[in-house]
Design a protein around this ligand. Structure first.
Ligand code: BTN
Length: 329
């Protein structure tokens, strides 16, 4: 068993017992500390937004949980002694990707995840700003994969379809994926991914997989420029998303999907999953790659994750990178 924090142990015991109570004596036994010490840890949890009902001579019940990301609660949901990887939750950071890169440079053991309640310098693809107010999910996952650089093309795509599967469970309808890194509901963007790998001569030194996911619209609604392009999971399901439960499931899923990627085992499901979620297949699209703009019909992806495009005249072309827009019908 890993060293679990007392707050996580308390929450796990209360969650396991629901709807029953857990006695203070049982918590003290489990933690190997006095009942006064247990009570002090419960006070710390109260300060973080948890609420407990104390039933005279019986014990405690969990009656309230914070809605903001909470490290002890995420670990309790993850069953921290069994789940792989370490999850750090920060209140604010410049960019979770940058924080993960810094920790990799400082030799922190992998895999680990950085989740933040807000980012002050959230980054998207092509150096764009990723608006990162509180209430949404900003996550980065750090790895040191022992795979050759050529395989990295499919990494974000595999992570993307794995996330689509997870989101489908929470939202009960499947999102679509727009090559290479956008997650959409109803034609509007719900999330984006940013993978950053650092190379030595012929191998990947380390890798950060970043995900920004809209859980709820900003207070006051989406700004005009995003109103018809952005959507949140909560808006799609018409129900609030429990950020802590989602974060716990997300971290488990990403660590597991990564393991399948390095094993090579993902290839069994990858093509089927991609085809099930592919937004572009069969649609007329335009791809911009550097100074080149080309229009044609999307034909899915090849084994290496390149986008296949059939122009009106000429053979199918493959694109390893680029920005896609869908032609208006
Ligand atoms: C995109 O669609 O352009 C990709 C957006 C990726 C945003 C996430 S939020 C968490 C992580 N930290 C960052 O600075 N960026 C990624």
């Amino acid at each position: 068993m890993k060293n679990r924090r007392p707050e996580t142990v308390i929450l796990q015991a209360l969650l396991d017992a629901e709807p029953d109570v857990v006695s203070g004596a049982a918590l003290a036994r489990e933690l190997g500390m006095s009942r006064v010490a247990v009570w002090q840890h419960m006070e710390k949890l109260r300060d973080q937004g948890f609420a407990f009902e104390a039933m005279h001579a019986k014990g405690y019940r969990l009656t309230g949980r914070p809605s903001a990301l909470n490290s002890a609660l995420i670990d309790a949901y993850r069953r921290a002694d069994k789940a792989p990887g370490v999850v750090h939750v920060l209140d604010e950071v410049d960019s979770t990707n940058d924080e993960a890169l810094r920790r990799l440079s400082a030799d922190e053991a992998t895999p680990f995840a950085i989740l933040a309640r807000r980012q002050t310098k959230g980054r998207g693809r092509f150096g764009r700003v990723w608006h990162s107010e509180s209430g949404n999910l900003y996550a980065s996952f750090a790895f040191r994969p022992e795979v050759e650089p050529a395989r990295m093309q499919t990494f974000t795509l595999w992570m993307g379809v794995s996330l689509c599967e997870l989101i489908a469970k929470f939202c009960r309808t499947s999102p679509a994926i727009k090559w290479p890194n956008d997650i959409l509901f109803d034609g509007r963007k719900a999330g984006g991914m940013l993978t950053e790998a650092r190379m030595d001569a012929d191998r990947i030194r380390d890798l950060v997989f970043g995900l920004g996911l809209n859980l709820a619209p900003p207070d006051g609604g989406w700004p005009d420029e995003l109103a018809d392009r952005a959507i949140s999971l909560g808006e799609h399901t018409r129900q609030p998303i429990d950020a802590n439960r989602f974060a716990a499931a997300l971290t488990g899923r990403v660590f597991q999907a990564y393991q399948r990627f390095v094993n090579g085992d993902y290839t069994r499901d990858f093509a089927d999953l991609w085809n099930a979620h592919d937004l572009l297949r069969g649609r007329v699209i335009t791809i911009v790659q550097g100074s080149r703009t080309i229009t044609g019909t999307a034909r899915g992806i090849d084994d290496e994750g390149s986008l296949l495009l059939k122009p009106a005249h000429g053979p199918v072309e493959r694109f390893r990178a680029g920005e896609v827009t869908i032609a208006k019908k």
